[in-house]
Write a protein that binds this ligand. Structure first.
Ligand code: MG
Length: 225
């Protein structure tokens, strides 16, 4: 176990991924978005659902997001895509005072750093009731549609808000998105509800089952100095 106190002490920038990080994967919300992506591709490129699914996953793997691959290879209108795929119910997301308070009491600034768009992020933030705890949202539109894990998007994000990586903590459910962050000196926290990755990669500092557990333990530690 890495030195817990050392990795969370003197941090002033708290960076959160959105989907499957700030809300649990078991809510099924991202699964629904995923299905709508397949639908969208099937309609736009005129292929069967099965073919669309294969294309979707290939693009995701190659480009970081399905959307970036669609822009690059299929001239898709990104705004139409974002609108379509995020047309899902948020009824499984409940307001959480706990989450709001945990984030709020962390020292310094709080960011959402997402491969989704800000409109979607705001809906989630509002549904969770954490709008007063988040300072800035850096979305895929601000990133010119270049997604994590592409390095220049991290550089743009950090530069835009004058973020010192050494004073930062990043929470993510997508393991590969933590790699470059770690190389910059950011403390990396993997949110992994099913604990599906048996062995932790060297670029993952800590792993928790959900964001609330992570923040509860971090807060307790910070308060014990
Ligand atoms: Mg995510």
């Amino acid at each position: 176990m890495k030195n817990f106190n050392l990795k969370f002490k003197n941090k002033n920038f708290w960076i959160f991924d959105l989907d499957n990080t700030l809300y649990d994967a078991s809510s099924g919300i991202f699964k629904k978005i995923d299905i709508r992506m397949t639908e969208f591709i099937s309609k736009k490129i005129r292929v069967t659902r099965d073919e669309a699914y294969i294309i979707q996953k290939q693009l995701y793997k190659k480009y970081g997001t399905t959307l970036f691959g669609l822009i690059k290879g299929h001239s898709i209108d990104p705004f139409e895509f974002l609108e379509y795929v995020h047309n899902v119910s948020l009824k499984n997301i409940k307001k959480s005072k706990k989450l709001k308070d945990f984030i709020k009491q962390l020292p310094g600034n709080k960011f959402i750093f997402t491969n989704g768009d800000e409109k979607w992020a705001r809906k989630i933030i509002n549904a969770l009731g954490i709008q007063d705890s988040i300072d800035e949202v850096f979305d895929i539109i601000k990133a010119n549609f270049v997604p994590k894990p592409q390095l220049k998007t991290y550089d743009n994000f950090l530069r835009k808000f004058n973020i010192n990586p050494q004073e930062s903590v990043f929470f993510e459910d997508t393991e590969r998105n933590l790699k470059y962050a770690n190389s910059l000196g950011i403390t990396t926290v993997l949110i992994d509800e099913e604990l599906k990755n048996k062995k932790l990669k060297s670029f993952v500092d800590f792993r928790f089952k959900c964001i609330k557990t992570a923040l509860e333990i971090i807060s307790k530690n910070l308060n014990n100095y």
